[in-house]
Design a protein around this ligand. Structure first.
Ligand code: GUN
Length: 288
């Protein structure tokens, strides 16, 4: 391996420490304790793992964690009612509804019901619009974490060609906006793009966020490029045990790239640390 390994676990731990220290300071100086409500509908096993981890880390940062677990057959109206209550609860500064939702619930209607000031996921159209137009709002956690990881390698991103592989509302689109704001030349490519390997080889910075295990091979990488792997794919080995792998074939890519994030231990830990940072920001703004 020749590439620098960008350690998301260590960076996330430092960010969480900073957030915890500021949270303690808010309590001491203003009597303010940031609160995050995490709502889970149904019992998707992966979502349960993510939600538990978000709650644990919230408490570790000294914030108040509000857990709402609703059964799979919860109606959309009942979920909207809960969100309306959380929107007006002064102890709740952040509201997160874990996705995906059961098929009978319209996620767009649910996300639109969250007060944009409490939308710590940054998924509300108001926050997406603010990001697209360069106004301060709340920024989606995973792309925010990716930008922090990129800054470990690049003090200045200006003029670099960034290729974002994936066009989801959660990662690909906001990632492209953040890179544009840093003066990158941005290309968004996706499953219908022609000649993905050729397009990816143009990248000084490659962000892979397609959810396809090891889709990106070593010969897709430009020598010296920085590779950010957002994929968290659970694959089961022949002996029945499971492991997590990214969207990038790590060993092949690390032989060519200048820097690369591992899976696990790259983007994943940054997402939750950024969620805590967003909750802190939201609580400070709401306190005026
Ligand atoms: N499901 C997968 N990623 C996310 C995320 O970042 N936020 C929420 N709310 N749900 C998700």
């Amino acid at each position: 391996m020749t590439a620098q390994r960008i350690d998301g676990k260590a960076l996330a731990a430092r960010l969480q420490e900073t957030v915890a220290a500021r949270t303690a300071g808010l309590g001491a100086t203003q009597g303010l304790r940031p609160g995050l409500a995490v709502v889970l509908v149904g019992s998707d096993p992966a979502s349960q793992v993510y939600v538990r981890s978000k709650r644990r880390r919230t408490a570790e940062a000294g914030m108040q964690s509000f857990a709402h677990e609703l059964p799979e057959d919860t109606g959309e109206a009942a979920l909207l009612e809960l969100i309306a209550r959380l929107n007006t609860d002064p102890a709740v500064h952040g509201v997160l509804v874990q996705l995906p939702l059961p098929a009978h619930i319209d996620p767009m209607r649910v996300l639109a019901a969250i007060d944009p000031a409490k939308d710590v996921d940054g998924f509300h159209v108001v926050n997406a619009g603010r990001l697209a137009t360069g106004q301060p709002g709340l920024v989606p956690c995973t792309p925010l974490g990716c930008m922090m990881l990129l800054r470990e390698r690049h003090a200045d991103l200006s003029g670099l060609h960034a290729v974002v592989l994936g066009r989801s509302n959660i990662v690909g689109k906001p990632m492209a906006q953040l890179l544009l704001a840093e003066n990158c030349t941005v290309t968004v490519v996706h499953s219908r793009s022609r000649d993905l390997p050729m397009l990816c080889r143009q990248a000084d910075i490659l962000v892979a966020a397609v959810g396809r295990p090891e889709l990106v091979r070593g010969d897709w990488i430009r020598p010296g490029a920085t590779v950010i792997d957002v994929g968290i794919n659970r694959v089961v080995r022949p002996d029945g045990t499971a492991r997590l792998i990214g969207d990038v074939a790590f060993d092949e890519a690390a032989a060519v790239a200048g820097a690369i994030t591992p899976v696990p231990g790259g983007v994943g830990p940054m997402t939750i640390a950024c969620l805590l940072a967003n909750t802190l920001i939201a609580s400070c703004r709401q306190a005026g």
